[in-house]
Design a protein around this ligand. Sequence first.
Ligand code: ZN
Length: 478
Amino acid sequence: MSTLLVKNARCIATFDQADPTQARELSDASIFIRGNLIEAIGPAVDLPQTADEVIDARHLLVTPGLINTHHHMYQSLTRAIPGVQNAELFGWLQGLYPLWAGLTPDMVQVSTQTAMAELLLSGCTTSSDHLYIYPNGVRLDDSIEAAQEIGMRFVATRGSMSVGKSQGGLPPDEVVEREDFILKDSQRLIETWHDTAHGSMINVAVAPCSPFSVSRDLMRESALLARSLSARLHTHLAENDHDLAYSREKFGCTPTQYAQDLGWLGSDVWHAHCVKLDDEGISLFAATRTGVAHCPCSNMRLASGIAPIRQMLNAGIPVGLGVDGSASNDAAHMLNEARQALLLARVGSAMRAPEVRVTDNGESRTFFGCDLGPAEMTARDALSLATRGGAQVLGREDIGHLAPGMCADLALFDLNTLALAGGAVHDPVGALLLCASPQAAYTVVNGRVIVREGQLATLELGPLIEKHNRLARQLAKI
Ligand code: ZN
């Protein structure tokens, strides 16, 4: 088995404890990797001095590979479409469905690799993708094969839409599928690709798109199928006020009550967005260990709102981060997503009404939102969501922090850059989140160097971008 040594790192942030303030941060330390696993991590003098490949990390900060828990990679073809730049979720979807109806297998393959290249270059090593539209012979296999070629750890989800406009749903009838086929295809995909072993590079989950595009039956049957095959469940929930209104009007309940009724709460389920989760929803999610994929940029772009992340974390809900589809972010930079999570949490707190609290010395004091905001989310909290939190949400115990026996998924960032000048000298981890988000210098996935000296090592980026742009024009008919 080949070996890889990350040598003399300026800082290694391990995130080896759930409480990021307790996690080990090592300076002048090394990581020794054999095959796909971390074999040793510690002071450079105590570790081997050479290996088959050695990365000189004297100017680098090493973090666990970042984990993206929610995406729609095909949407990279429809970023910044003028007609929906200023729409909220439902209007945005209705404007884009007709374009997406033209999606082809080639487009899925190329856009998946484009999205993954962008993520890998931002330090992301594992990504989920939610593909829920299958026109013109598109199959989930197209994205799985694309992931294998580029070398990213992948949680592919078999999305679906089955309730078209004529049945009271949001999508046009021509993009929905039959429910019996959806279930049969989900089973085929799990049986073909889903690997639950330590170090698995591919998981498959079952993922009806949203309450407003599938039936109750499909939600219930999907949950039964996934559980019978030890696969996880994923969907969108409580994304904005229209989503809440739809739930109230069509189902007579809140999104959380709907999910509970259909077997969609549990430690094997993660829901995207959850911007509008109410107190009862937070309690039910916490009691059932149901996961949340927090998508701060998308929630800002579509004006959906500010998800109550601190409240969720305090209640014990597993929370990871998601860049969400490229047509509602439209930047799939995982580290930047963590930075935005930090900033948005603080803004959210600043909007709270003043509170009178008794201080440690017994005096009553009025705390304004701006007093409470900074503690909502620290730099280490945000990076923990992007690493450990993501692993928990995806049900992975072999990724998300750095320790012997864990998969060798690492992100390495150069600290000697203009963006970090005068910051990394004080606190490399703090500067990584607070300064402008850099690209990764190296990204290691499963022991393999996928980004080397800032360049993608597995694919040529120039031809990929050219092809992607040609297909984007073709899809938008321009
Ligand atoms: Zn989404």
